[in-house]
Design a protein around this ligand. Structure first.
Ligand SMILES: [Zn+2]
Ligand SMILES: [Zn+2]
Length: 445
């Protein structure tokens, strides 16, 4: 059987089997993956791991789920699917969750999955979110589990997020009878492409009745073994713009009879940086990056038009609202001064990720008391964006960063790079953090 076929058949995949609610065995593989990954065929979880639904024993049990999390992550890494096309990915998630007891599964959209664990005891309804999509990148890593799809790669770590939340679901599901409340596991499609999957899922009602929501991002710029949780603004609003400058083409040797859109565009792009440095309060973070500038065909022709596009990142709502008009004033002013016209469009993307301060304090305290003293680190906000913010519009939420980088091991490439990689030990800490955070929200000690 071809490797891809083996992995596509869920029954051949490593599964979590339950002999009963109190005895858990992780069957890691009988189809050859075992030797490839160097994992034992069976990892028995000591019975006492799950005899009590208490934080300490569940965190210990989580460690025994980690080998499965690694296998799941590598499977997903081999078979990446980009935003809105996560057909096999969502089926894999659905089938994996379907093998667990006590979960109620739904498919709110074509490529998303929601699993609800309805506890047997009263308590809150909370949500745990994983994003599942990959990026249109050709992977350059030479690893055994490299992408088998040319032009698609899990280059942001969403394979790890998915595997971690599958691990959390498999850890908690056998305890449904004693779980105080409801845990909704959201496997969200299309984080990487606006308008994003999160808002779509919120519209489908996945946050209905949810009192708190948590999620994480494996974070390569941070060393493995560290967790960063910021109160307040954590990730920026990623907006985007496009602009076409229409001038008048002609011979390069007769520029005075033309309206050169390249020369005008160059001035506009330079002046846009002056919008940032001269019109915005320097204490309000903003990034304005022109990332595309297309014009012309050859050396002796001034083209009719030029096109540029880029992104604006902000935190402050008022600044975010004012940026399009400030940019347009400069763009039109320069274009008009030299006789060109412009077509400028500006699209708002995701809202900024803003962590609830009180919930952040609680979860920071959880990290401080659960993990080694140097685990929790101070982190600065990032100008990157995330549609986790859509859930935070409906309930207090906290989005944490779990370190995944390792300079000594050469795991140094940024997210969205063809050689992006994670230190897989981050999967363990990610799973244990989400376990501890979930239990905190359920008030389980
Ligand atoms: Zn990304
Ligand atoms: Zn991401």
């Amino acid at each position: 059987m071809a490797e891809s076929e083996a992995y596509c058949n869920l029954r051949d995949l490593p599964v979590v089997g339950y002999t009963d609610r109190l005895h858990v065995f992780l069957r890691l593989s009988t189809n050859g993956m075992t030797s490839t990954l160097g994992l034992p065929e069976l990892v028995p979880v000591p019975p006492n791991m799950s005899t009590t639904f208490a934080a300490a024993s569940l965190l210990e049990a989580a460690e025994h789920i980690v080998p499965n999390v690694v296998v799941w992550r590598r499977h997903l890494h081999r078979h990446p699917e980009v935003a809105f096309e996560e057909v096999a990915t969502s089926q894999f998630i659905h089938d994996t969750l379907g093998s667990l007891p006590g979960l109620h599964l739904t498919r709110p959209t074509a490529t998303s999955v929601v699993a609800e664990l309805r506890g047997g005891r009263p308590g809150p309804t909370i949500a745990v979110r994983a994003d599942i999509d990959a990026l249109p990148i050709l992977e350059e890593n030479d690893v055994e589990y490299r992408s088998t799809r040319d032009g698609a790669m899990h280059a942001c770590g969403h394979d790890g997020h998915t595997a971690i939340v599958l691990g959390l679901a498999s850890l908690l599901a056998p305890h449904a009878a004693v779980v105080p409340g409801t845990v909704r596991f959201i496997f969200q499609h299309a984080e990487e492409m606006a308008p994003g999957g999160a808002e779509e899922l919120v519209q489908q009602g996945v946050m209905d009745g949810v009192s708190q929501v948590i999620g994480l991002h494996l974070w390569a710029p941070m060393p493995v073994g560290r967790i960063g949780i910021l109160a307040g603004p954590a990730m920026a609003a990623p907006d985007q713009f496009q602009c076409t400058i229409v001038g008048k083409g002609g011979h390069a040797a007769i520029p005075h009879e033309c309206v050169d859109p390249i020369a005008i565009g160059a001035q506009i792009i330079t002046a846009l940086q002056q919008v940032v440095t001269r019109t915005v309060d320097p204490l309000d973070p903003v990034v304005l990056s022109v990332t595309k500038f297309i014009a012309g065909t050859t050396f002796n022709v001034i083209p009719n038009s030029a096109h540029f596009a880029g992104t604006v990142r902000t935190f402050e709502p008022a600044l975010r609202t004012s940026m399009p008009a400030q940019m347009e004033r400069v763009i039109r002013g320069i274009a008009e001064a030299f006789g060109a016209t412009v077509d400028f469009t500006y699209e708002h993307g995701y809202r900024p990720v803003v962590n609830d301060p009180a919930l952040t304090d609680r979860l920071r305290a959880v990290v401080a008391r659960t993990f080694a003293p140097d685990t929790l680190i101070d982190l600065r906000p990032t100008m990157g964006g995330e549609d986790f913010s859509a859930y935070q519009q409906r309930a207090p939420g906290v989005f944490a960063f779990v370190g995944a980088g390792n300079t000594d091991a050469g795991i140094v490439h940024p997210h969205h790079h063809p050689r992006f990689e994670i230190d897989e030990r981050s999967l363990s800490l990610g799973l244990r953090y989400l376990t501890a955070a979930t239990l905190e929200l359920l008030s389980v000690r």
